[in-house]
Design a protein around this ligand. Structure first.
Ligand code: COA
Length: 375
């Protein structure tokens, strides 16, 4: 194989096995599994906290363990006064992903993890509990000048987030759809943000730094930001005909269609897509948004069968039908994926080796330095 062929093959580290993990398989012929459990079973029969527990402790909880775990998460919903002061200073024009990243970095400063990581499990539960509060507190403060409290009868992260964002009891269907979405987004092997978290953790940094770094990687539209970008695509069309014409034009111009394609899944596609599509259809099957989405999906199936929709495509419309502002789609991804990131941080720490690959040098040959006055 020539050097350029080798480069093409490993561009973006595609196909490179970068380490061992017992947490998740994706695209290995049997779809997506968390600790050996099929995503279909998890999404259809579990609630998100069961999955968070599974990722944190490598086993499913029984009913008593789940209840205790949920109570611990509920007890971590409050924001400290110092954190509130920081959030209030972040302007409403800020991208909510930067807001979330700032909040996690601030937690590292205000509620530091112990240097020996002996309280890492407590910090994971703190993150699970507080992240929905962070977004909702900031949302109501910067848009309406209102400081919300964190009291709620909702026992789940899904229900709590919806209640606090919308200040009303969430519909049961919305909670179930949100549970499904959080489960689908929880973990995905060595994706860009998780690998970022592991790389940061491998330097023996603290958990908040690793999660803040991961949020930075998740923000981009090639990764987590794709759900927001997919909504932008779908909403840009005012009819099915316009969507077909517009997508054809984009394909001719070789533009990226957000919410399609995946680095790891082959032609079989992303198994999460069918699961979240059920909810999108249930919540908004009769709407133009859903009809446009399906028309785009069908057209892509015909024109680009090697680019099936990924989890982000129908997550976008499902969130939209729940009344969630588009800018908050990717922050919801954080509330879920934090469970996967932290599972990987724990796994990395348990058998740590600094992640530090090498690059192939393609720069100039050694040359003589010329002092500034002679240049
Ligand atoms: N729309 C249109 N064309 C796409 C595409 C998309 N969503 N995804 C990939 N392609 C094209 C590429 O342009 C490339 O074409 P080329 O061979 O003519 O240059 C070819 O398919 C191979 O894609 P490549 O970019 O090498 O794949 P990748 O593994 O590096 O990228 C993604 C994977 C996910 C980044 C890519 O599919 C993408 O950008 N998708 C849209 C963003 C998205 O939905 N991200 C969420 C992922 S869960």
């Amino acid at each position: 194989m020539s050097m350029s062929e080798a480069k093409k093959k490993t561009g973006g580290l595609a196909g490179v096995v970068a380490g061992e993990s017992a947490i998740c398989t994706c695209g290995l012929g049997n779809g997506l599994n968390y600790y050996g459990y099929a995503i279909e079973d998890l999404a259809n029969h579990a609630e998100f906290e069961e999955i968070a527990f599974l990722l944190q402790y490598a086993q499913l909880p029984n009913s008593k363990e789940l209840e205790e775990y949920k109570n611990k998460i509920i007890a971590q919903r409050e924001l400290s006064e110092n954190l509130k002061t920081i959030l209030k200073a972040i302007p409403k024009e800020t991208h909510p992903m930067n807001l979330m990243q700032t909040a996690v970095a601030a937690l590292g400063a205000l509620e530091a993890e112990k240097e020996d990581f002996s309280n890492q499990d407590e910090k994971i539960i703190r993150l699970l509990g507080i992240l929905p509060s962070v977004l909702c507190y900031w949302h109501h403060f910067v848009h309406f000048g209102k400081e919300i409290d964190f009291n709620s009868n909702q026992k789940s992260i899904a229900g709590y987030f919806l209640e606090k964002l919308q200040e009303q009891d969430p519909k049961e269907d919305f909670i179930k759809a949100m549970q499904c979405s959080l489960i689908l987004y929880a973990e995905h092997e060595f994706n860009a943000s998780t690998f970022t978290a592991r790389t940061c953790a491998s330097t023996k940094s603290d958990i908040f730094s690793a999660v803040a770094a991961a949020i930075g990687a998740l923000r981009g539209p090639l990764h987590g930001g794709a759900n927001e970008a997919a909504m932008g695509l779908i909403e840009s069309f005012s009819s099915v005909e316009e969507a077909i014409e517009g997508v054809n034009r984009k394909l001719e111009n070789k533009e990226l269609l957000m919410g399609f394609g995946h680095r790891v899944y082959g032609l079989g596609g992303d198994p999460r897509n069918a699961l979240i599509k059920v909810w999108s259809k249930h919540l908004g099957g009769e709407t133009l948004i859903f009809k446009v989405s399906e028309a785009i999906e069908n057209l892509m199936k015909e024109k680009k069968p090697n680019l099936p929709p990924n989890a982000d495509f129908y997550s976008a419309s499902a969130y939209h039908f729940m009344g969630i502002p588009t800018a908050y789609f990717t922050p919801i991804f954080i509330m879920s994926r934090v469970s996967g990131w932290c599972a990987h941080i724990k796994e990395q720490r348990a058998n740590n080796k600094l992640i530090r690959p090498s690059s192939e040098y393609i720069g100039p040959s050694p040359r003589k330095f010329i002092k500034i006055q002679d240049r």
